[in-house]
Design a protein around this ligand. Structure first.
Ligand code: MOS
Length: 725
């Protein structure tokens, strides 16, 4: 088995994505989006639509599809389209037209005459800051504000005042879009009261549960299938097209496909919010942090649906400090909804915190790595639970040596017309697990399958499951077939929160050891080939412990001799006592070298290095790819990516020409290294997550390198040429 079992399918074009499921008789749906940012749909004249060629169904807030409220276990209440006439952003779904062909549906949708009662729209984040409200950060039980003060210290202001050196600066990060290669889409098919939906997602069992809720069906009447996913970094945790396709298919009595266009993905899904973050640091002359204050504002929707947990994701945990105060505020706006996006909180939060640390190092005249090492922590501030394993100093040490950090001078260096600078930053992502169930089945032909309902959106989970199962069954990898992406499979392997490997991997170990026990019981049973013998298992074989008179048998031979085709079971794991004993996180040291042209101010990234401490690395090739992808995304955040809204709250960057992304020519060779210290305090597998940490800190490393090269401190990303003029 190769490291990425799905890779040949993907690179040869034979992978079956959701829309590739061509179903006989399927009709095509097209979304209609609002053209105002705030108000109410007053009327929708669909007369011309109904008589347009090929039209089968027209659904609007006035003639909606029947749906029930959905409370998603992961994301809370789910917004359902067409259920009322409220419009809260430009580009909101307000209609769904179904026709015989995609083109007919699209053309007919253009014939709908819509009138609105428009209301004033709040669309400017800058203007909204004054009316920000305290808001609970997403995916957190924590209150918006937290404060830790040393004994005898009355306030964070007092602690800051007592510091020898302070830094007080405000940073801004742009909103970003989930423009995955595979646009959001679904194909829904009903048969005998049961529904099958093909739709890209991050955990098929969760989308199936959302659909069952929305359609008022028992959970087992819905099957969601997604063997491959064309990218999902938090943006496919739910599937709005699936809800529409399934409900319309039920009404029309035939299969329905619903596909968002690339432009529609930019408004009809959800984004990473923009942030403003003010950081105040106080330190002693020797660099020891005395006080950290991190106030954060996140753009969000009027219902405060999602708040980017920047200060909670970074300053709350990263450095040793006696005094800490963080806050999280939200600015409700009439813009498309916000949601999780790779390293939600840690990504934008680390741009602010790690830029501020770099500014503090410059103020102190200290090396930025020495300052970080000086403030390394054994536990999060104000907590007793020590990190289970934290080898951040080792990451910096190895990274500094590999990168040639000793050659960095505080004012950068000049190479012809280019100003060259180096920057660094810390990366961190919490080590988490979710409950997971995984099935392992032995087959009579001496192969095995390992299966879970979760998804591999390009993260490498498929390979991880195969590797862990092969290792646990003590057989060659090419004997094991991993399966993912079908809600009929055991519910494990949700791809989110960098949890899949530790969660599904540890459940795989349990399933494998249980099935081996069952195999031994079978082998020694009255009908078994080792009747009444003491038996053991090694190298995929059952053998007699008490003598060499009996040749070992492969598990397939044992199954065949007992007349069985298969022997299978499931294993389940869940976070347990470990969370009361330790704090868990993966750590890393990011390095970047930039070259800035002295006249044009063009910024080129010339070298990237990341050294990561993510516990045991199960699949080095896929792990390296994950981290490289994250690091490149960090460069993208620093120099390219950002949603621009016009004055009416319309997304101006609605395609991959206007929404800038780095291309190969923007990215140098990326050097990824691991320090491998298995973390068996988190799970028996020893792996901690690495899906998200690659992005964390990188934007700050770029900005810090730009500062080193040019002397210009840019506190807003993406950094543009004009910021350096
Ligand atoms: Mo991700 S933002 O953990 O889906």
């Amino acid at each position: 088995m190769i490291a990425r079992p799905d890779a040949p399918l993907k690179v040869t074009g034979s992978a079956t994505y959701a829309l590739d499921n061509v179903i006989d008789g399927a009709a095509h749906g097209f979304l209609l989006l609002s053209t105002v940012a705030h108000g109410e749909v007053a009327s929708m004249d669909v007369g011309a639509v109904r008589s347009a060629p090929g039209v089968l169904g027209v659904y609007t807030p006035f003639e909606p599809l029947t749906l029930h409220p959905v409370n998603s276990p992961l994301l809370g209440p789910m917004w359902l389209p067409l259920q009322d006439t409220n419009v809260t952003f430009h580009g909101q779904p307000i209609g769904f037209v179904v026709a015989e062909t995609f083109e007919q549906a699209r053309d007919a949708a253009g014939l709908v005459e819509v009138t609105y009662d428009e209301r004033p729209a709040a669309t400017s984040f800058a203007d909204g800051l004054a009316s920000a409200v305290d808001a609970q950060p997403a995916a957190s039980e924590a209150p918006p504000s937290l404060s830790v003060l040393a004994d005898g210290v009355a306030s964070i202001e007092d602690a800051l005042e007592a510091s020898d050196v302070t830094i007080d600066a405000t940073y801004e990060t742009a909103a970003q879009n989930h423009a995955a290669m595979e646009p959001h889409s679904a194909v829904a098919v009903w048969a005998g009261g049961e529904l099958t939906v093909y739709t890209g997602n991050q955990a098929s069992h969760l989308v199936a549960s959302d659909l069952a809720g929305g359609l008022g069906l028992p959970a087992d009447a819905v099957r969601v299938v997604n063997p491959v996913v064309g990218g999902a970094f938090g943006g496919k945790a739910t599937s709005m097209p699936a809800v529409l396709a399934a409900a319309a298919a039920r009404e029309l009595g035939r299969p329905v496909r619903a596909a968002l266009t690339r432009e529609q993905v930019f408004t009809a899904t959800a984004n990473r919010p923009a942030t403003v973050q003010r950081i105040t640091l106080g330190a002693r002359g020797n660099g020891a942090l005395v006080a950290v204050r991190h106030d954060s504002w996140s753009s969000t929707t009027p219902d405060l649906g999602f708040v980017e947990p920047t200060s909670h994701g970074t300053s709350r945990r990263w450095y040793r400090t006696e005094n800490l105060e963080i806050s999280q505020k939200a600015v409700p706006l009439n813009i498309p909804p916000a949601t999780f996006m790779r390293a939600p909180g840690e990504g934008p939060g680390s741009f602010a915190l790690e830029s501020a640390i770099d500014e503090l190092a410059a103020s102190l005249g200290m090396d930025p790595i020495a300052l970080r090492t000086r403030n390394n922590s054994a536990a999060p501030p104000g907590k007793d639970l020590q990190w289970s394993g934290k080898h951040l100093d080792e990451c910096f040490e190895i990274g500094a040596a590999r990168f040639g950090w000793a050659q960095r001078s505080p004012g950068g260096r000049v190479d012809g017309d280019w100003l060259v600078g180096m920057g660094t930053a810390t990366a961190m992502f919490p080590g988490l697990r979710f409950p997971a169930t995984v099935g392992v089945t032995l087959h009579a032909d001496d192969t095995a399958t390992v299966a879970a309902s979760g998804a591999d959106p390009g993260t490498g989970l498929l390979g991880v499951l195969g590797i862990v199962a092969a290792e646990s069954l003590d057989v060659d990898r090419d004997r094991v077939t991993p399966l993912l992406g079908d809600s009929r499979l055991p519910p494990g392997g949700l791809s989110g929160g960098s949890t899949a490997t530790a969660s599904a991997g540890s459940a795989t170990m349990v399933a494998a050891s249980t099935v081996i026990e069952q195999l031994l019981t079978l082998a020694a049973s009255p009908d078994g080939p080792f009747r009444d013998r003491e038996v053991g298992y090694a190298h995929g074989r059952v053998y007699a412990l008490d003598g060499a008179d009996r040749a070992p048998m492969t598990f397939g031979e044992v199954l065949r001799s007992t007349g069985r085709d298969t022997l299978g079971t499931t294993g389940t794991t869940a976070p347990g006592e470990e969370t009361t004993k330790h704090s868990f996180g993966s750590w890393g040291a990011q390095f970047c070298e930039v070259r800035v042209h002295r006249l044009t101010r063009e910024i080129r990234v010339s070298r990237l290095l990341g050294v990561f401490d993510a516990g045991r690395i199960i699949n080095p090739q896929a792990a390296r790819s994950q981290l490289m992808g994250g690091m490149i995304w960090g460069v993208s955040a620093a120099l390219h990516e950002g949603i621009e809204f016009d004055a009416d709250g319309r997304v101006a960057t609605r395609d991959l020409a206007d929404y800038l992304l780095p291309v190969n020519a923007d990215i140098p060779d990326v050097d990824v290294r691991f320090v491998e210290h298995p973390d068996t305090l988190l799970s028996d597998l020893g792996a901690r997550g690495l899906g998200e940490i690659g992005l964390v800190g990188m934007a700050a490393a770029v900005a810090n390198a730009v500062h080193n090269a040019t002397g210009v401190r840019v506190r807003r990303i993406p950094i543009r040429l004009e910021d350096l003029l």
